[in-house]
Design a protein around this ligand. Sequence first.
Ligand code: DGL
Length: 261
Amino acid sequence: MKKQYIGVFDSGLGGLTTVKQIIEKLPQENIVFLADTKHIPYGSKTREQIISYTLENIDILKRYDLKALVIACNTSDSNASDTARKVHDLKIFGVIAPAARKAVKTSENKKIGLLATTSTIASGRYEKQIHDLDEKAEVFPMACPDLVPMIEEGAFISDKKAMKEKLHEYIDPLIDKHVDTLILGCTHYDILAELISEIFPDLRLVSSSRCVIDDLKAFLEDDDVQSVEKTGERIYLASKDAESYDKVASLLIPDIRFQSI
Ligand code: DGL
């Protein structure tokens, strides 16, 4: 049988947190991941730009035989997944819907904090999804423009003090609103999950990087398209500076090797 892949993309490191989940939960699957390092960060770009990058990324990934695609980027999901689904005849998974579902289930007081990029917050997509599930739930959004650049520089390892200060700046106002659940509404933020739990042990975290796996697993089983390999092949592509990206990416996946597109 011809080898088929699960395509995954993000602007950068965040998508690798979803790839890690796929490797852990679905180790037999072949994965092709694209980091759009040429256009990172997406969070400060216009909706039109994000749609254009998203469609370009899917075109690149479609050079491989894809059985499904995961948009492992909330910014792209919130701005461009509807267009992508119209343009491409492909099973496309987003990260927002499953994270919104999990947050509504997780929160007891129905006060839900949302950390995300400026563009994801502006889209109002999380609020919409959450209110479709529970109209009484309150969502407290916080745009975090400084987190992605800090994470891409590796500050989660090299400068934990600055990272913690930044997290206080963004999360303290949400604590003042009595949120009991915090959505990490950017896949990059999953990298900070441990640090956030260390600072705010009472917060329940819902990571957008992780919730999509159940949807993906159910699709592979229901459509009977699981890989039969023991260990899947993993291909990592970057749209810019592929060689130098290995260093920071290997903080997440040891010995990772990126190729140019
Ligand atoms: N990781 C992405 C997200 O989930 C976007 C980060 C960025 O490029 O701003 O939103």
